[in-house]
Write a protein that binds this ligand. Structure first.
Ligand code: BLA
Length: 290
């Protein structure tokens, strides 16, 4: 499969145009830094955007354009802690033989246990999730820990790369992003300071997880080297991991502590599970809690 027609730039352009229709975007400085980053393999180009907006602490995008060899998108929208609305998450990794896709409005609180949070945000979106769960079927076993960060409408899928699937994915991306912008539009600020603190910690926990365990890191290291990859991850992709809270990865995820006190480098200590979609069409969790 020739990937030259499967770039993710049009996804990003769509999202930015759509966001500008709904809100006022203010550019953040980090995007300039990425423009000058030297990539080890000269066929590959990184492109980064980062903005803030009212209610949105960070709206950022990283695309890795590896021409016909690889196309990657990591796109996220992260709210201000005054709001408990979900985090927009699009992570697409495409090589000629295979695409690995996560598209979701990641919940701030685990929807498997927080029924009220699930109903507040996802009840209305279940038909949308259902539509794409059929077009983009469940992608087989997954790192068990990741499930707690996913919502009942998550699209987790793997497919043989093709124009048709790419078009379906673009449609899903547009629908999910528009749904997220609508949540942003409707979101009311939390006034209870304790609840704001909870939101902040929930967001910090999420960022801490991803800054430590995101499956894209090894590839970023290969492309820009260890130091720049770390900088990208902590100061751009998951900005806030070092500033929104003081708890460490092991405070949030003690099961990763090794005997010498260091962090277990494995991505999962439980292992992979969930061979089939663990939510039914009513958004009820039907998998085993691990
Ligand atoms: C694979 N990416 C995966 C997998 C998931 C995700 C679930 C399957 C492997 C697994 O079960 O861990 C994505 N995991 C997520 C997301 C969350 C999570 C979004 O917990 C959020 C909470 N992917 C990228 C980027 C790159 C990338 C930017 O988003 C590269 C720079 C690569 N993802 C990538 C690769 C794999 C992968 C190479 C397959 C390799 C592997 O499974 O280790």
């Amino acid at each position: 499969m020739d990937l030259s027609s499967l770039s993710y730039h049009k996804f990003v352009n769509f999202a930015m145009e759509e966001a500008r229709l709904c809100t006022t975007l203010t550019p953040l400085p980090y995007q300039e830094k990425v423009r000058t980053m030297k990539v080890k393999d000269d066929k590959t180009v990184l492109h980064a955007l980062s903005y803030q907006a009212p209610k949105i602490r960070l709206l950022r995008s990283l695309t890795i354009d590896g021409g016909s060899a690889m196309q990657v998108l990591d796109f996220a929208g992260i709210p201000e802690p005054m709001f408990d609305m979900p985090i927009f998450c699009a992570n697409f990794f495409t090589i000629p033989s295979l695409s690995i896709i996560v598209l979701d409005l990641n919940p701030m609180y685990d929807t498997r246990t927080q029924q009220d949070y699930k109903e507040k945000y996802y009840l209305k979106l279940l038909p949308l999730g259902q539509k794409y769960a059929e077009l983009l079927p469940w992608g087989d076993k997954i790192t068990s820990e990741s499930l707690s960060f996913f919502s009942p409408i998550v699209i987790w899928t793997k497919f043989a790369t093709s124009q048709t699937k790419h078009d379906v994915l673009f449609s899903a991306f547009r629908d999910y992003f528009k749904a997220w912008l609508e949540l942003v539009d409707q979101a009311l600020p939390e006034t209870n300071s304790l609840q704001i603190l909870h939101n902040k910690e929930a967001q910090h926990r999420y960022l801490t997880w991803r800054a430590e365990k995101d499956p894209g890191h090894p590839l970023l290291k290969k492309l820009v080297g260890e130091d720049l990859a770390r900088d990208l991850v902590r100061n751009f992709l998951f900005e806030g991991a070092d500033s929104l809270g003081t708890k460490t990865f092991l405070d949030y995820f003690p099961e990763y502590r090794r005997e010498d006190g260091s962090v277990n480098q494995k991505r999962s200590v439980i292992g992979k599970s969930y061979e089939t979609r663990p939510w039914n069409s009513n958004g009820e969790f039907i998998g085993e809690m691990s």
